[in-house]
Design a protein around this ligand. Structure first.
Ligand SMILES: [Zn+2]
Length: 221
């Protein structure tokens, strides 16, 4: 660490008088002197010179005085061991608290996903329990996870395979109404990872019951 005391006077007025990092003070002094030079050509700054006719003369005196003194050149004094130890302990505690907060948050997020799946599973079970044969539109039974309005999309933990005609019930992780599609995050969390959400429009889905329960994906009309 190197420190200097700088006293810079311009035209007799002190513009810098302080102690600190030598390089920073040097650059600060440079700035003050430059400023003074610009002022010597005011108004208009040096660009005035472009418009002056031949023979124009002017002069200004800028009196610069810079005094400096080296006030420190050596190692910064060692900080007491107990201060360093306390800082490390505080940092460790902070890290631990953060990890605990994140673990709690992840557990809650995970539980939310489980609850949503359970909820939709019940809705799907209910739809099939009606024992109807033939098809029923999915939107009639599946509701939004935020507001219980009729679902516009079902959220899945994996994309529907191209050309698939049946939706695997176990891939459903949520459902959103038209109003909540924008409000919902595009991912969900499990204990291990953050996962992307894939959506399929409810209008494409039909409950199909024919002894075997299936959620059918309608082919494009
Ligand atoms: Zn909604």
């Amino acid at each position: 660490m190197i420190k200097h005391r700088f006293v810079v006077r311009l035209n007799g007025q002190p513009v810098i008088d302080k102690e600190g990092n030598a390089y920073e003070l040097f650059r600060e002094a440079e700035g003050k002197i430059t400023q003074q030079l610009w002022q010597a050509f005011m108004p208009g700054g040096w660009q005035n010179l472009r418009a002056t006719p031949v023979g124009t003369k002017a002069a200004s005196n800028i009196n610069i005085s810079v005094a400096w003194e080296c006030t420190f050149n050596g190692r910064a004094p060692a900080r007491p061991k107990h201060v360093i130890a306390a800082e490390k302990a505080a940092q460790a505690a902070k890290g631990q608290a953060r990890r605990e907060r994140e673990a709690k948050w992840r557990a809650e997020a995970e539980q939310k996903v489980i609850n949503m799946r359970e909820r939709i599973k019940r809705q799907v079970d209910y739809a099939f329990s009606q024992g109807k044969t033939g098809t029923e539109p999915a939107a009639k039974y599946i509701t939004c996870q935020h507001c219980d309005g009729p679902a516009a999309v079902v959220c899945l933990n994996q994309p529907v395979a191209r050309g698939a005609s049946v939706l695997d019930e176990d891939t459903i992780v949520g459902a959103l109404c038209a109003a909540h599609i924008q409000h919902s995050p595009y991912s969900y969390y499990t204990r291990y990872s953050r996962n992307d959400v894939f959506k399929v429009e409810c209008s494409k889905l039909e409950f199909f019951y024919d002894g075997v329960r299936q959620i059918a994906i309608k082919a494009k009309p």
